[in-house]
Design a protein around this ligand. Structure first.
Ligand code: MF3
Ligand code: CO
Ligand code: CO
Length: 269
């Protein structure tokens, strides 16, 4: 495995070779299938720790490796972020309640390639406001993906996401961003989910990165709890997130983490 294949832009962003797309497709498919299958386990009464153990078994069964176990001291195969948790929720022994909304974020390594994706799930049925939040967050991710093509800038992606979210009077979280990935988990650039069109590095064929907007019903500010991982909304408002891993092609972008079952959104019907 040659870590130096391809080249870096002057912003330090790796340009991958055409054959590298196949590695990302396989990693992306594994994580997408796990996220498809985990939906049946998201029910009131189930704990997030139980859901995480099921994910651990699914990762193993797929012959993949969890990218998060052992990452900076993290010990789980998923992050599960319930209600006002923005991201990096640690699976534990708290049982889900009817109407809870949760993001499940899974990253796997397949033959050295990283697949990183997350979706929203509901224990039972969502409230109207929770459903609206999840819809706006999903659509904002898709606006960002539509803006991702050679010649566009990372600012174009952020601006597309921010415009959609703010048009619905919700807020984009500033404290966390998407990231380059490939044969590493987190690489340049920081993919901001807000910004101005035409700013930031220019997208080129062969760039691999995530887009993973977090959207709050209330204010955008977050804080990290004493466990040093769990990020929550400061105002306790509900938060949602969707994440895809993508690669820039000659004409647009390829989404590596599409749901084979067509269940990326909604997951709960
Ligand atoms: N999957 C997350 C991301 O989208 C990162 C989780 S790191 C962990 O970048 F250690 F919290 F799992
Ligand atoms: Co990510
Ligand atoms: Co992720």
């Amino acid at each position: 495995m040659d870590e130096r294949r391809g080249r870096l832009t002057r912003d330090g962003i790796r340009i991958h070779e055409p054959e590298d797309f196949e590695g990302m497709r396989r990693a992306g498919r594994v994580v997408a299938e796990i996220l498809d299958r985990i939906g049946a386990h998201v029910v009131p009464g189930r704990t997030t720790g139980e859901i995480d153990r099921t994910i651990t078994a699914m990762v193993e069964e797929a012959g993949a490796v969890s990218a998060t176990v052992g990452y900076k001291g993290y010990r789980h195969a998923s992050c599960i972020s319930v209600n006002h948790v923005v991201c990096h929720g640690i699976p534990g022994d708290k049982a889900l309640k009817e109407g809870d909304i949760l993001n499940i974020d899974v990253t796997v390594i397949v033959d050295g390639w990283y697949g990183d994706s997350s979706r929203m799930y509901v224990a039972g049925r969502p409230s109207r406001k929770a459903e609206r939040l999840m819809q706006v967050t999903h659509d904002a991710l898709m606006r960002g993906i539509e803006a991702a093509r050679p010649g566009a800038t990372f600012g174009d992606i952020g601006a597309a996401i921010q415009a959609h979210v703010e048009a619905h009077r919700m807020s984009v979280v500033r404290d966390f961003c998407g990231h380059g990935l490939g044969r590493v988990f987190h690489a340049p650039p920081n993919v901001l989910h807000y910004g101005r069109p035409g700013t930031g590095p220019r997208l080129e064929e062969g760039m691999f990165f995530t887009i993973e907007p977090m959207v709050n019903l209330g204010r955008p500010e977050t804080k990290v709890l004493a466990d040093d991982w769990t990020a929550v909304t400061r105002d306790k408002s509900l938060s949602a997130q969707y994440e895809h891993s993508v690669g820039i092609t000659a004409t647009g972008c390829e989404v590596f983490t599409l749901s084979p079952a067509g269940r990326f959104h909604p997951t709960w019907t």
